[in-house]
Design a protein. Structure first.
Length: 279
């Protein structure tokens, strides 16, 4: 089993995030660090501070050396997929091949309404999401991309230089939508993430993912499966380890601990000791 740390860049200082990521980078027990892609906080005061994801991700890549990095997940309506692909390839070079490329359809209506971003109907949103994933997958791995979709059209498009990882950064699909999201994961994902799920909920969703994989001719074992769980600042590390153990028994490959404010790097060492027997 692998373990990651997630620090949503909301209601926190930049120095807090740096300290957490550098501490995790120094501890081999932790495999990955993540942020999220929102402009407004998801918890606490909705008018509070929230730093942009890819700027913080790039800076943190330069301040770490070992740990894999990623945004869980990048909302595709916020950037044209050609921009996302180029950003990802460049950051994969800057990070020396440590990027996981998280992608999601987008859902947070408050920030979309405020910024004039059209979420579309749910069906249209998922159609746009699949087009985005197809374009990004092609641009990060192929020399040229042509695409004629409903939402995007590309002609002889290039994205160079390619990243440090052969074939491009692994694509992480986030979400549990049973009809579309899990099918898109079956088709294109190297890694699938489910947020804040119990072992039973994860098992139910994974069974559906397995069926989609069978339908599209994909081996489920090619897809890393992860779950995010909340890590309050005052939670005993033994309790977190017990949660992770139950998820491991349900077939989860990676547990990502999503920290809650206040962020303190000092919680990582006791957490690491508590989860070490699960590796």
């Amino acid at each position: 089993m692998k373990f990651g740390i997630k620090t949503p860049p909301q209601h926190c200082s930049w120095q807090n995030m740096v300290e957490i990521w550098q501490a995790a980078d120094s501890m081999p027990i932790f495999d990955s660090c993540w942020n999220f892609d929102h402009f407004y906080p998801l918890v606490g005061d909705p008018e509070g501070p929230c730093m942009e994801s890819w700027v913080t991700l790039s800076a943190l890549a330069a301040m770490t050396r070992r740990i894999r990095i990623g945004c869980m997940v990048t909302a595709v309506p916020y950037r044209h997929p050609t921009l996302t692909a180029n950003m990802a390839l460049t950051l994969d070079i800057v990070s020396e091949g440590r990027l996981n490329l998280g992608l999601g359809a987008g859902w947070f209506e408050a920030e979309c309404e405020a910024y004039g971003i059209d979420l579309l109907t749910l069906g249209q949103r998922m159609d746009r999401f699949e087009e985005s994933v197809q374009i990004i997958r092609s641009l990060i791995s192929n020399e040229f991309t042509d695409f004629d979709g409903t939402y995007y059209q590309l002609k002889n498009a290039r994205a160079e230089p390619k990243g440090s990882q052969p074939g491009g950064p692994p694509i992480v699909i986030g979400g549990g939508g049973e009809k579309r999201t899990l099918r898109i994961a079956a088709l294109y994902a190297d890694h699938w993430n489910l947020s804040f799920a119990s072992p039973e909920q994860f098992a139910d969703k994974k069974a559906i993912l397995v069926r989609h994989c069978a339908d599209v001719g994909r081996n489920i074992n090619e897809i890393e499966c992860s779950v995010q769980i909340t890590l309050p600042a005052d939670q005993a590390p033994e309790e977190s380890a017990e949660q992770a153990a139950r998820l491991s028994e349900a077939g989860v490959d990676t547990v990502i601990f999503s920290l809650r404010n206040p962020y303190r790097a000092s919680i990582l060492e006791p957490l690491g000791k508590a989860i070490e027997p699960l590796i």
